[in-house]
Each structure stands twice: as C-alpha cells, then as structure tokens.
Design a protein around this ligand. Structure first.
Ligand code: NAG
Ligand code: NAG
Length: 996
C-alpha cells in the first residue's frame, strides 16, 4: 500500500498523469512515435493521455470496432527504420509513409499480414528488396519508387497473390527485368522505369499479364526485339519502352493492343517501317517513336486515328506527309523534324486540328506554308527551319496571336512579311534568317512585347529600322546582317537594356550612332561593320562592361579612337577602314591589335605596322597590306605544296620510319632522368594510349622503370578533328618553342608536368609525366564510373579548380586554357587531378600571330561558352564556363552532349530537369545519397559557372573558395532530402543556335 502511494506520488511529481485508458493499439502507435525521429513534431498530437488513437492525425479506424485500419503520414519528415511495431495492428490495411526518411525495411514487414496498400515511395531505403514482401497475402499495392534499393528483384516477387500495382521506379536495381514477373496474373500496373538494370531482353512472359493496363519500362537497359507476346495485353492503355536499346522492327502484334491510348518508343534503335494495321488502334492518342532508325513512309492509316500527339522526329522517314493528317480532329502536336520527308504540307492543315506545336524542321519539305495552320487559334510553336518552303508568309498567320516560337530560317521564303505578323504579342523567338524576304521591318514590331530573339540576317529587307524597336524591353539578340537596310539607327535602340548581341553588319545604314548607348549594359557583341555609319565613336562604348566583340570596320567613322575603349576586355576589336584620326590609345599599340586599325589613314600609333608613324611612310598602307598579303599567301601555298610533295615522296620511299636522331633538338624544363634517345626508340604504335585532335599520345616505360606520356603532335596538314573536338590552333607555329618554354616553367601540383619537348623540323614531341588513371572523362563515362565516389569526385573538382585558378591568377601574363574538359583532366595513381593539354591551344593566342590565329576556334562541343560560339573570342570566364560543365559532369555522371538530351547540351538538360523534375533526377544515381547536400552545393557552383553571361560567372579563384567552403563544413553529413537550390533562370530563346 505504501509502495503504491509512493508510486503515485512519483508520477505526480514527474507531471505525467498515468496512461491507463489508452487502448493497446494506441499504446503501440505511441511507441512507434517514440521510435521515430520527428524534427517537425508531426506526431505531436499523438498524446498517450487520450483514450483512443482514432482521432490522431494520420490514423484511421474501423468505426464499428475502433480498431486501427489505416495510417497515412506522407511528407511528415519522419526518420528512422521501418517501425515493425506497426505489424501488431492486426487490422492495418493501408500504410503510407510516402516521402519521409525511413532508412530500412526489415524482412519482418511480412508480419503486417493485413496490409493491402503499402506506400514507402521517396524514402531512404537501401539494400536488397525484402523477399518476404511477397508473403503479404492481401497486398494489392506496393510502391517503393524513389529509394535506393539495389540488386535483383527477388524471385519471390513472382508469387504475389493479389498484387495489382508494383512500382519500383528510380531505384538502383541492377539485375535484369525478370521473367517471373509474368506470373503475377493480377497485375494491372508494372512500373520499373529508371533503374540501372543490366542489359537484358523484355521477357516475353510479360505478355501473360492479361490484366495489365500500364507497362512502364523506360530506361531499363532493355536490348533485343520487342516481343510479339506484348500484343496479348488487351487491356493495356500505356506502353512505355522509351530510352532503351531495343532494335529490330516494331512488331505488328502491337496493332492488337485494342485499348492502348499511349505508346512511347522513343530513343531506341528500332528499324524498319511503322507496321501496317495501325488503324486498329482506335484508342491511340499519343504515339512517340522518335529518335530511332525507322524508315519508310508515314502510313496513311495512322492519320485516321484520333491522334493528339505524333512524334516521329529524328528517324529516317521519307515520302510525303499523308494529306489525310489534315482531317485529324484532335491533333495538337506534330513533331517530325530531322527526317527525309518531302512534298508539301496539306493545304488545309490546321483547318480541323487544334494545332499547337508543329515542328517539321530539317526535312525536304517544299511548297507554301499552309494558310490555315492557326485556324483554331492555338498554334504556339511553328518550326520549319532547313527545308525548301517557298512563297510568302500567309496573311492569316499575322492574326495568330497564340504564337510564341517561330523559326522559318533557311528556306526559300519570299515576299513582304505581313505587317501584323511583326507585332504578335507572345512571340519570343522570331527567326526569318536565310530566306529571300523583302520589304520593310514593320513598325508593328513595337507590339511584339515579348520578343527576345529577332533573327533576320541574310534576306532582302529594305527600309529603315522601325522606331518602335526600342520599346522591346526583352530583346536579347537582334541580328539583321546582310540585308539592304537603310537610314540611321533609331535613337530608341539605345534603350534596349537587355540586349546581348546587335549584329547589323553589311547593310546600308548611315548616320551617327545614337546617344545613350551606355544603357546597353548587357551587350556582348556589337557588329555594325560594312555600313555607311559616320560621326565619332562615342566614349560611352567604354562603359559597356561585358562587351566582348566590337566590329565597326568598313564605315565612315571619324575623329579619335576613344581612350575609354581601353576599359574593355575585348576579344575582337575591329575599327579598320574608317576615317579615324589622331593617336592610338597606348593599350592598342600592341601586336595583337595590329589589324584592328588598318585603313585609317589619319591614325597614328607608336610603331604599329600599317599606321602612320608621324613620318607617314605608309600612306597607302591598305593597298600595301593587300599586296603583301597576296605575296605571303602565294608563298604559303607554295611551301605547303612543296611540303606535301616531300611528305608523299618520303612515305613512298621508305615504309620503315627510322628516326634520324641527329636532327632532334631537346628542350628540357626539369632535371631529367632519361635521354631523348630512350623516348624516340619507344614511339611504337603498340604504345599508343590515346589520340586527340592535336596528336597521338604514347606511353613510354623508361629503363629506370618510370613511365612518361609522350605526345606526338600531328605534322603536315592537320587532321580532321576527332571526338567532336573543334580544331585547335596550328602546331607548326613559329612561336611554338617560346610558348613551350613558358609552359615548361609552370610548376603547380594540379598541372601536368611537361618534362621536355623534342623538336625536328616536321615533328614535335612533348614529354609529360604519366598519369596512370587516365582522363577523368574516360573514367567517369565508362563502366568504371561507379569507382568514382563522391569524395573522390569532389577532390578532383577541387584539384582542377586550383590548377585553373593558378593559370588565370598566378601566371603572368594569365593563361587561358581554352579547352577545359573532363578529357583534359588527368588522374594520378591516387586520383589526384591535374589539368593537361593547355599548351597547344594557348600558344596561338600569345605568340600574336595576328587575328586569324587568334580567332581559331578552340574548345570542344558541349563545353564552349555561349559568347565564344558567336564571338570566337575567349577570356578567363570562358574557361570558367567549361569548368562548370565539368562540375555538372561530376554531379550528373552524364556527358556534356548526349543524344538523350536531344537538341540540348548538359547545361540546358540540367536546368530543365531541375526545373521540371527536381534535383533528384539530376544527381548521378551511382552516388551515395548521404552526400546529397554537398553534391547539391557543387551543382550550384556548376550552375553559377555556366551562367550565360560571363559577368555572372565567378572567377576561378572564387570557385576554389566556394568549393573549399563545402569541405570546411564537411563533417559527416546526414542526408538532406530537399537539398535547396537557388532557382535558375532558363530561357531556350537565349540560344538561337539550338536546332528547332
Ligand atoms: C480487428 O477487427 C475485427 C473485426 O472488426 C475485430 O473483431 C478485432 O477485434 C479487431 N482487432 C483489434 C486488435 O482490434
Ligand atoms: C507465359 O508466357 C510464356 C512465353 O510467352 C509461355 O511460354 C508460357 O506458357 C506462358 N505461361 C502461362 C501460364 O500462360
């Protein structure tokens, strides 16, 4: 008795009233609460002083018995292992812990034997799928999407008794798609998409799943043919086999899928023609078989279906578009670009169909643009570039106010553009370049308030630029070069504050530059060459801080070269052939500007060739220059010819390539432990470890056991580029040796050491330290990519950033690499990274061979900064961009360009995927999710580096800082499910270069 009283006293003191009345099920649930981490207090209302748990949030009870039947706690931020105690709730049928942080699913889950619905999607589950799940006798719904399950699908899964929905999307399952899934005869939905399965066929047994309504096998590494048996799935409404390696023809049995609504077969290697009998698919609304190798024509019967969306782009389809497509009452999307289609579009196309997206670009279509395309008033995208369309833009399209994206470039279109067409209010991209359009640019353009890209180059437009153009506040890119435009630039054009590019070269524009151009804060390129512009060049140009390319050549500009120009970091400056006078500002008296001021007879510069030097010895410098050029050119042709003949002769004479060592000169930059003879003796084709655009690379093992890498630069006429590399600068540059000497002096732990160079008159060797783990690109994008875990990738990023920062900020003069890419980042035995191959591309720039070599394109597809692609000019920020692409590669594990991205490159793919699907779809699935927070931060840096405007990109020094900040806080990380990313603005119109 005394003891009991003491006990009560104790409880009172503790302030916790006794939990005597709560039901047993309530007590179980309360223990479940205690077993979970609940940072948001989502379960705060689960109070053990209540009598029953039935009113607790997320808990559902049977009204009659008061027994718990359902538990629904989505997105509650609960963490911890799956609470097996839940299985004590003997009537629990519905359990959803969707989007929490549940870390493990023990096999004991099979004790929850009443479960009908189990949703554990978007958690942190790892390891093998529990085989015991199949022992749940009533389970009908199993959703484990978005976890990190790995290994095989257990064989027991073939024994589910009542399962209707099985979704294992976005896991790390790496076995194959098993045949035994064909035994789950109750299945209505099977969704295994986006797993890194081992390559394997679609099991024909899946054709036994006669109740199946949805079969989603996107990106499952499927190979071989599509099995005929799938035609037995009479109830199938959705068939998605996209992004696999399927080959062979589309089986004709698929025409038996009488319920099918949607078929997705894009991005495979399917061949042959679209099967006959498609008209039997009377329910088919969406068909996407794009990005395959389909041939033949588009069958007439296909267009008799109630199709809404037809995507057959990037195939090899030929013949004409069936005229009956014009009768499709529901068709809103038609994408046929990149095929070999011919003939005309049906005259009444759009009369019946509510067309919204029409893309027939890059085919051989001809004839006129159908006038009725926008008859239903819904047309948003009209993309017809690279065809042979002719005739005018039909008048009715001028009333198509829904249009947003119009690309008619590269056709034979002609006539005046309808005046109302200029002023369509929602159009942001209007491309009419490379046609034969004539007449004026309509004053109505002032109404096109959303316009950001206006591309009119290479037509026959006349008249003056409309005054209203200055009201287009979103205009980013305006090009109308090579037309017959006259008159002066309207004053209003100066107020285009977003303008990044203005290209009006080769017109007949006259008058002075408008005042107030300091408002062109974002202008990157200004090209007004070959007009009749006059007056002085305003000093305000010097305040355009991001101006990169300035060409005012071939005009009538007079007065002085404004000293303010020296404030700019220009990659291209051309003021030649004007009437400028006075003295050149001192900065421009350098060699690299020697062609920038030619043909200005009144201009004097300190010793600059072609300009007056006070003495006036070269009054006719223009003609002299021309003459000299012709001689030099003739000389070059002769030398190249003789060289070529000599090479041929040599090859013919001796098949054996004996190297005459006496002719080699060796230049070494480090204390060498080897002699050049040793190297020359080992240049065997058997030792080739790589070949790039500039030469072959050999591995040479020296007698002392050490290895070196020897790069033999191509001699003779340069080879066509490989690996999509754009051609680099010439290697037979006179300044080569001097440059090699500079580079040889560089000592930095993150830059590959150049031991020495050996030169003869027609061949050059560079001897580097050997990097046993090869290039980052090769490793990351091979099957061994999984070896690179996040900490290694992070360190590689750090190392490479430090190397580049050294080149940019610690070398005098700074060195711009110009070809930063994952293939130029090499890995030593410990996966330490070093930047390589910075020599050759750079040589050109600083030896000052003048403009031609300076404007040589360097860089590789997918890495080239946007400003570089159109200005051919680089500075450090272009390297930053390329480095950003490397960061994105490290984060995503994807290549910078990939057919899967379609017209996009990695940068755009990341932006769009982030936007539309979230960060989880961007991050390489091979990476451990416990590093997610760090990965997101590196991703963020990658996005900053790849910002379209150079000024928004951080310097490499800053990049190093940003990366270091991550490691500073790099205590063991708890996974952060929603790694926050700063929103990133993306507008595809900023890239007029993309196809269609
Ligand atoms: C489960 O439901 C049945 C039928 O409603 C009921 O008899 C039984 O008591 C319930 N079980 C529990 C533990 O409440
Ligand atoms: C399932 O499909 C396979 C191959 O399509 C077939 O051989 C097998 O007999 C089928 N099994 C049943 C039970 O229908």
């Amino acid at each position: 008795m005394i003891l009991l009283r003491f006990f009560f006293l104790l409880l009172l003191l503790a302030g916790a009233p006794p939990a005597l009345s709560l039901t047993q099920e309530g007590l179980y649930l309360h223990s479940v609460k205690l077993s979970l981490t609940d940072p948001d207090s989502s379960l705060a209302a689960w109070d053990d002083r209540d009598d029953s748990p039935c009113a607790w949030p997320g808990v559902g009870c049977d009204p009659a018995s008061g027994s718990v039947t359902s538990l629904d706690l989505p997105s509650a931020n609960l963490a911890g292992p799956f609470p097996l105690l839940l299985c004590r709730l003997s009537n629990l049928t519905f359990l959803s812990l969707y989007n929490n942080s549940i870390t493990s699913l023990p096999s004991g889950v099979s004790a929850c034997h009443s479960l009908v619905h189990l949703d554990l999607a978007q958690n942190l589950l790892t390891g093998d799928l529990p085989a015991s799940l199949a022992d749940l006798p009533n389970l009908a719904y199993l959703d484990l999407t978005g976890n990190n399950f790995s290994g095989d699908i257990p064989a027991s899964f073939g024994r589910f008794q009542r399962l209707e929905v099985l979704s294992l999307v976005y896991n790390l399952l790496d076995g194959t798609v098993p045949a035994f899934l064909g035994n789950i005869s109750t299945l209505k939905m099977l969704n295994l998409s986006y797993n890194p399965f081992a390559p394997g066929r679609i099991p024909p047994e899946l054709g036994n799943l006669t109740n199946l309504e949805v079969l989603w096998l996107t990106e499952c590494s499927l190979t071989g043919k599509i099995p005929e048996s799938l035609g037995r799935l009479k109830r199938l409404t959705d068939l998605d086999l996209a992004i696999n390696y399927l080959e062979g023809p589309i089986p004709s049995s698929l025409t038996e899928l009488e319920s099918v609504f949607q078929i997705e077969l894009y991005n495979n290697s399917l061949t042959g023609e679209l099967p006959p009998g498609l008209s039997k698919l009377t329910a088919l609304r969406l068909l996407d078989a794009s990005m395959n190798r389909l041939t033949g024509t588009i069958p007439d019967e296909l267009t008799r279906l109630p199709l809404e969306s037809l995507n057959l782009y990037e195939n090899q389809l030929s013949g004409e578009l069936p005229a009956s497509i014009a009768d499709s009452p529901n068709l809103y999307e038609l994408r046929l670009f990149k095929n070999k289609l011919t003939g005309e579009l049906p005259k009444n196309f759009g009369q019946n169909a509510p067309l919204r997206y029409v893309d027939v670009s890059t085919n051989n279509f001809s004839g006129e643009i159908p006038a009725s395309l926008c008859a239903k008033g819904e047309l948003e995208e009209l993309l017809m570039i690279e065809n042979s369309f002719s005739g005018p833009i039909p008048e009715p399209l001028g009333g198509c106010r829904s249009l947003t994206r119009v690309r008619l470039g590269n056709n034979g279109l002609s006539g005046d553009v309808p005046s109302s067409f200029w002023g369509l209010p929602r159009v942001y991209l209007l491309e009419l370049a490379d046609n034969k359009f004539s007449g004026p640019i309509g004053e109505e353009i002032a109404s096109a308030s959303g316009l950001s890209v206006l591309s009119l180059s290479r037509n026959e437009f006349t008249g003056s630029l409309p005054k209203g153009i200055g009201t287009l506040a979103s205009l980013l890119d305006f090009s109308a070069s090579e037309n017959k435009l006259t008159g002066s630039l309207p004053e209003s054009i100066a107020s285009l504050g977003q303008l990044g590019r203005l290209d009006l070269h080769r017109n007949e524009l006259s008058g002075e530059l408008p005042s107030g151009i300091q408002q062109w804060k974002k202008l990157n390129e200004l090209n007004l060459a070959s007009n009749q512009l006059s007056g002085s060049i305003p000093g305000e140009i010097g305040s355009l801080s991001v101006l990169n390319y300035l060409d005012l050549s071939g005009n009538w500009f007079s007065g002085k070269v404004p000293v303010e120009l020296q404030n700019l970091k220009l990659n291209q400056l051309n003021l030649s052939y004007n009437r400028l006078s006075g003295t050149l500002p001192p900065m421009f008296t350098k060699q690299m500007y020697q062609n920038s001021f030619l043909g200005n007879p009144g201009l004097c510069g300190g010793g600059m060739q072609g300009l007056c030097n006070g003495g006036g010895e070269e009054r006719n410098s223009g003609y002299l220059w021309l003459l000299r050029s012709i001689f030099v050119l003739a000389g070059l042709v002769f030398i190249v010819g003789v060289g070529w003949f000599y090479m041929k002769y040599k090859k013919f004479k001796s098949a054996k390539r004996a190297i005459d060592k006496s002719k080699w000169t060796l230049m070494s930059f480090h204390k060498l432990g080897f002699s050049e003879d040793e190297i020359l003796d080992s240049l065997d084709e058997d030792n080739v470890i790589g070949a790039g655009s500039s030469g072959k690379v050999y591995k040479v093992v020296l007698t002392n056991g050490e290895a070196v890498a020897v790069k033999k630069l191509w001699d003779g006429p340069r080879k066509e580029s490989e690996n999509h590399d754009v051609e680099k600068g010439p290697v037979q540059d006179d300044g080569f040796d001097a440059e090699v000497r500079t580079l040889g002096k560089i000592r930095h732990k993150n830059i590959v050491k150049l031991w020495c160079s050996c030169t003869t008159r027609d061949c050059k060797l560079l001897v580097y330290e050997y990097m046993p783990n090869g290039s980052l690109g090769d490793l990351l994008h091979s099957s061994k990519g999984g070896l690179l875990e996040w900490p290694t990738r992070y360190r590689i990023a750090m190392d490479a950033a430090e190397g580049l920062s050294y080149l940019h900020h610690d070398c005098v003069p700074p060195i711009v690499h110009r070809d930063v890419k994952s293939n130029n980042i090499l890995l030593d035995a410990d996966f330490g990274a070093r930047v390589a191959d910075f020599g050759v591309a750079k040589v050109v720039e600083r030896t000052g061979k003048g403009h031609e070599s300076m404007s040589m394109i360097a860089g590789s597809c997918g890495y080239i900064a946007p400003e570089y692609a159109y200005t051919l000019r680089v500075n450090e920020k272009s390297d930053t961009y390329s480095f950003g692409v490397v960061l994105l590669e490290l984060v995503t594990g994807r290549r910078p360009v990939d057919p899967e991205f379609g017209e996009k490159d990695l940068v755009k793919w990341v932006c769009i995927t982030l936007d539309q699907k979230g960060v989880d779809q961007v991050i390489d699935r091979k990476l451990d999710s416990c590093f997610k927070e760090d990965i997101c931060r590196v991703l963020n840096i990658g996005l900053q580096c790849t910002s379209p405007l150079p000024i928004n990109r951080p310097s490499m020094r800053r990049v190093v800082k940003l990366l270091q900040e991550i490691s500073a806080e790099n205590a063991p990380k708890k996974a952060n499910r929603d790694g926050k990313l700063t929103p990133y603005y993306y507008d595809d119109a900023s890239d007029p270069g993309s196809v269609a």
